[in-house]
Design a binder for this molecule. Structure first.
Ligand SMILES: [Fe+2]
Length: 327
């Protein structure tokens, strides 16, 4: 049985997805994309890094751009409920012989640097510096008017195994895709801690790799507007898929690629999932409205391209099913 009952008493409390750190080759080029075009706020910048946040965010950063030679996703950040949760997390990962380092991380309190069952790098922490809220500083709203990080989506070579790992940590299934037939297999899962459709999603594919970071916009028109902006300021080729409305999650979306190829989704208008008896929605892998409610399939690049994690060799997927792909 691939779908499991939700775990309401997890070993430690993950509040939500918090941030992602991306390796980029040219900070100036990346700044032009993320700040000048998309409108993210700069919390701080050094010779080696730019710390970005959306207008709503009280956390110091939700995207960190780190200068480096490789276009890799350095780490995926999750906020925990307390310092005690952090200690419980360290003990939980140690019991499974997974890494438990506590490096000094700028602007964050104690940070557990670990990895999941496939080596996906995770930073878990409970406290981050809190700059002034910009939510009602409307003059600061630029570009796509991004409010906050919403989710991370990753390729995994075994969706069932990744789902099992995070379900045990209290991540609750909201929607899933599976193959048809007498012995259905999970193709993709959407998992939440914060009460909307997802904090973390997994898609079948060569992995582990980061597929995209999802950033929340106030409304659909902000996504339409950034399409017009990108199409007329040199970023036409960076627009990969959309705009459109997902079948899964009901969200309105646009997928774009940053100058290093990291994929960003601008995302809005999914729904509430906090009820304890909230039942997950099943989608057939062959349903043409799964990817896009209006029927347009995703391009091949969307299924094949993603960001590597440092030192983690991706594996071929165990499931060899075929999604609907645009020609
Ligand atoms: Fe997404």
């Amino acid at each position: 049985m691939p779908v499991r009952p939700a775990v309401f008493d997890p070993p430690f409390n993950v509040v939500r997805v918090s941030h992602v750190e991306l390796g980029v080759r040219d900070l100036g080029r990346s700044r032009a994309f993320y700040v000048d075009c998309l409108g993210l706020l700069v919390s701080d910048e050094t010779a080696d890094a730019i710390y970005l946040r959306g207008v709503e965010e009280r956390n110091h950063h939700s995207i960190v751009l780190r200068r480096g030679r490789a276009s890799e996703a350095q780490t995926l950040g999750f906020k925990l409920g307390s310092e005690d949760d952090l200690d419980r997390a360290a003990a939980w990962f140690a019991r499974r012989n997974l890494p438990t380092a506590f490096p000094d991380v700028p602007y964050q309190g104690r940070t557990l640097r670990t990895a999941d069952v496939f080596g996906m790098p995770l930073d878990l922490y409970a406290q981050m510096e809190q700059p002034a809220s910009m939510l009602q500083k409307y003059a600061a709203y630029r570009g796509a008017r991004i409010q906050r990080i919403d989710h991370l989506n990753c390729f995994t070579p075994d969706v069932q195994a990744s789902y099992d790992f995070y379900a045990a940590l209290g991540f609750r299934l909201t929607e899933y895709s599976e193959t048809d037939g007498d012995d259905p297999k999970l193709w993709a899962v959407w998992l939440q801690r914060k009460g909307n459709v997802h904090d973390l999603a997994f898609t079948n594919g060569t992995g582990p790799r980061l597929h995209h970071v999802g950033m929340w916009t106030p409304g659909v028109l902000d996504i339409i507007h950034i399409c017009d902006v990108m199409a007329t300021c040199g970023y036409l080729a960076n627009m990969e898929r959309g705009p459109g409305r997902h079948g899964i999650s009901n969200a309105f979306f646009l997928y774009i690629r940053d100058p290093d190829g990291h994929r960003v989704e601008l995302f809005t208008s999914d729904y509430l999932t906090v009820d304890p008896d909230h039942a997950p929605i099943r989608w057939s892998l062959t349903d043409p409205q799964r990817q896009t409610l209006w029927g347009q399939p995703a391009p091949r690049s969307w299924f094949e391209e993603g960001s590597l994690f440092p030192g983690v060799a991706p594996r071929a997927p165990v499931l060899a099913a075929q999604p609907i792909v645009a020609r």
